[in-house]
Ligand binder design. Structure first.
Ligand code: DLL
Length: 441
């Protein structure tokens, strides 16, 4: 894979120059928020912060954190900093109870976003002669359109197949001789497995896939190795991180050396904090990632608590980029799980069970990797064991629970009704998720 850099000036800047650019952008952002955002003007005034108070990067600590709840509480447009007519795109997070988190972009925000994604896509191996199939679902999710415009910016040929329709995906891959795929690691694996299943008709050599720009969910090194060996022919994949609140994909991604995810630091100022004490930790420590989007204007984000756990390495990479690299996501400081690319909170399952007679509030979510895709089973306890003998009633109850949960999460699940008192009880925090996805790997 060739080592090409999309924006050398920004990606290979000296740390001193980068930090002064970040400081300049941070001051401008605080000033902008004071003047244009009713939400932040109030927050900043309460904390006694003005742009003049920011004299060095660590002065960011004067600024209060922003959380997902802030976005939900101000749903849909309470955090906009421009009149609505200046907004040219809106996205929203997947699968949340109550109000989703809505994010909005001005024209300038979209240009910055495409630039951020273009840099990471090139770091991942794409260039103007790449034909790339985007297998993320097009829609309110940021993954597909984010990669789409970033890849077009570098001149790659985008094939917007979206997710699903496996046979068609594979047909296009063979017929177009697609070079690269954009997908979640699990969908990439699923496609590889499906391709192998048809190998008697279409041998693996009929594909030309060279690399995968993967992201939106984590993958262990073992899983990555398995995906690569399933595609074979030297297939190589990189990990890409982002979140809707921070534009979407484009925040960080791996280069060919795969030794951490390069952060677009001229746009994203990162801190690592202790999730319990909320204090900022020393450079190199592991903790919760907090990000300020220095250039976002439609819906600015100051010190956003991502709840994702990682650490940041500031050494210069072998690829020549000077941008810091974050470790692959190690975990979450809350209980969010990602299932087939969708964000799921156990509390959503809980809310789906409320009001249904004949079941107790005890449930267990069991996650498995089945046929290289995630499967989610929800075990729910009956209050009356005799129901187990009444097939008709049991099936009706199961269907009601299934439909309630599916409506809220938007993904297919399996519901299993179990005997009274058969789900483990906890004296402390209940463990509601049994994640078996990396077992036997
Ligand atoms: O998943 C944005 C994205 C799309 C990133 C495509 C990369 C590629 P959300 O749907 O808002 O946005 O989900 C954000 O997903 O807080 C992490 O917990 C998780 N996540 C995203 N990328 C990774 C990754 C998009 N590479 C949430 N590794 C984040 C592990 C990831 N977790």
């Amino acid at each position: 894979m060739e080592n090409r850099i999309f924006n050398k000036e920004m990606e290979c800047m000296s740390r001193k120059d980068l930090e002064s650019l970040q400081l300049e952008r941070l001051k401008a952002l605080v000033d902008y928020c004071e003047k244009n955002s009713a939400f932040y003007a109030k927050r900043l005034a309460e904390a006694g912060v003005t742009a003049d108070k920011i004299k060095c990067l660590s002065d960011i600590e004067y600024i209060p954190y922003t959380t997902k709840d802030d976005l939900r509480d101000t749903y849909p447009f309470g955090m906009l900093s421009v009149p609505k007519e200046k907004i040219v795109r809106v996205h929203a997070s997947s699968g949340t109870t109550g109000n989703p988190t809505v994010v909005a972009y001005t024209k300038e925000d979209l240009e910055n976003w495409s630039e951020q994604v273009a840099r990471l896509a090139m770091a991942a191996g794409a260039n103007e002669s790449t034909m790339v199939q985007i297998c993320f679902g097009y829609g309110m999710f940021t993954g597909a359109l984010g990669l789409h415009y970033g890849l077009e910016k570098i001149g790659a040929t985008v094939v917007p197949t979206s997710s699903g329709n496996t046979e068609k995906q594979l047909k296009f891959m063979r017929d177009f001789q697609t070079d690269a795929i954009v997908a979640t690691p699990s969908y990439c694996m699923y496609l590889a497995e499906a391709a192998r299943g048809m190998a008697d008709k279409y041998p693996m050599e009929s594909y030309n896939l060279k690399y995968g720009i993967l992201g939106s969910e984590g993958s262990t090194p073992e899983m990555r190795a398995e995906i690569e060996s399933h595609w074979g022919n030297g297939f190589f994949c990189t990990d890409n991180y982002g979140m809707s609140e921070l534009n979407g994909p484009g925040m960080s991604g791996e280069c060919m050396y795969r030794d951490g995810l390069h952060i677009n630091e001229d746009h994203f100022l990162c801190e690592i904090i202790d999730s319990k004490t909320l204090s900022v930790l020393d450079k190199g420590s592991t903790g919760e990632l907090v990000v300020t989007n220095l250039t976002k204007r439609g819906l600015p984000i100051l010190r956003y608590r991502t709840k994702d756990i990682t650490n940041i390495n500031y050494d210069v990479c072998k690829c020549g980029r000077t941008t810091a690299r974050m470790h692959k996501i190690i975990g979450r400081s809350d209980d969010m799980i990602k299932v087939r690319g969708v964000n799921v909170f156990p509390s959503q399952v809980e809310s789906a069970l409320i009001g249904i007679g004949g079941i107790s509030p005890n449930y267990l979510i069991v996650l498995r990797r089945e046929g290289f895709s995630d499967s989610m089973e929800v075990r729910v306890e009956l209050t009356d064991g005799s129901l187990l003998d009444n097939y008709g009633e049991l099936v009706a109850l199961q269907k009601r629970i299934h439909d309630n949960i599916k409506n809220i999460l938007g993904i297919e699940i399996k519901v299993t009704l179990v005997e009274p008192n058969s789900i483990e009880r906890f004296t402390g925090k209940a463990k509601r998720v049994l994640d078996l996805r990396n077992e036997n790997k």
